[in-house]
Design a protein around this ligand. Structure first.
Ligand SMILES: [Zn+2]
Length: 352
């Protein structure tokens, strides 16, 4: 199976699937599922794959394995090549190695009984905006809605990454009064008005926030500015985009409060994008079982992932995948073969 695992990975990286162009890779996975005799639901370019009897079993817990089919746009000079026990290709780490593991598991458990009922979810448009994400419509299907636990095979270098930070964007709007810059006393400078706030923001630093025994780092940063005015004009409007990454255990309402606190009434606040944090689900029986069987490092997930989307729908999930997080979205992305084999073996053993 190890040879096949790598063969699938090479096939997957040889199918371009930059976000928005997932049809070909979805067709490939669909054909694979059909050839193995699995049942599946196709929703646009996303697939929910399961064994027929899965729908009937109620004495076993159902575990989902989750992977996105798309990649970011990028360059790879060695696409599909194996060099020094590494498979190169766009998406090799993020996250076609995870998809290859899922395919090999499908094959492995085609006729073999598994301790949990398995549902394989391949979906489109992960690398884009929150609202267009291909996982969202799949959450209407009972097969997905009723999952007891989900492993997302995003790149984690075979560590178990729990929870994930939420993220929000806020426009902090400072208003002044327009005037000629030679006579500033006739106006009110909106940029200058932001100085106290910017000082507080730059002093915010990295804040450690411990939740359920896992330490997350909260950060708040100005990432863009906008203004109305010109070289010789006292600006009457200055807008700072603030991106806040907040810890699991905090609701969006609490995160909003943190922003208001820092603004301290100095400006208007408009929230433009709100993504919740992911639940830390260390008490989920499937995860308890998993961590008991394998001595794997448990780490916080510092970035936002679809684990949070599942949390919103009441589904517990963690990230556990073979790819290297440091290789995600890199030029000449690769994944070490050893990582892919290890990830597959752990899942194989766990489900057997
Ligand atoms: Zn990814």
């Amino acid at each position: 199976m190890e040879d096949k695992l790598i063969e699938y990975l090479v096939k997957l990286v040889n199918i371009p699937s930059v976000i928005g162009n997932e049809k070909q890779i979805a067709d490939f996975v669909e054909g694979f599922a059909r050839s193995l005799g699995y049942s599946y639901v196709r929703h646009n370019n996303s697939l929910i794959v399961y064994k027929n009897e899965n729908r009937l079993t109620d004495y076993k817990k159902t575990v989902g394995l989750l992977g996105h089919l798309d990649t970011v746009p990028g360059e790879n000079d060695f696409n599909g090549k194996i060099i020094d026990d590494k498979v190169y290709g766009l998406g090799a780490s993020d996250m076609k190695s995870g998809l290859a593991v899922m395919m090999a598991l499908m094959e492995m458990f085609k006729d073999k009984d598994s301790r949990y009922d398995l549902v394989f979810i391949f979906y489109e448009k992960e690398e884009g905006p929150y609202e267009e994400n291909g996982l969202e419509p799949l959450l209407d299907y009972p097969l997905v809605k009723n999952l007891d636990f989900v492993f997302a095979l995003e790149p984690t270098d075979n560590t178990v990454q729990v929870g994930c930070l939420g993220t929000l964007h806020a426009s902090i709007v400072f208003e002044g009064k327009r005037a000629h810059s030679a006579r500033p006393w006739q106006g009110e400078n909106a940029i200058h008005k932001a100085s106290d706030f910017l000082k507080r923001l730059s002093n915010y630093g990295f804040r450690e926030y411990e939740f359920e025994g896992v330490k997350y780092i909260e950060v708040m940063n100005a990432t863009m500015v906008d203004f109305s005015g010109g070289r010789n004009i006292i600006p009457d409007k200055f807008v700072i985009n603030v991106n806040y990454r907040f810890s699991p255990g905090k609701t969006i309402e609490q995160a909003k409060k943190d922003i208001f606190e820092l603004v301290n009434g100095d400006a208007k606040v408009e929230f433009t994008d709100l993504c919740p944090s992911g639940k830390v689900c260390l008490d989920n029986p499937v995860l308890v079982d998993f961590l008991k069987k394998f001595e794997l490092p448990v780490e916080p997930k510092q970035a936002w992932t679809d684990v949070a989307r599942l949390s919103v729908h009441g589904i517990d999930a963690v990230n556990f995948g073979p790819g290297l997080p440091s290789q995600a979205h890199q030029k000449n992305e690769y994944v070490p073969i050893g990582n892919v084999v290890k990830n597959f073996k752990i899942f194989d053993k766990f489900f057997s």
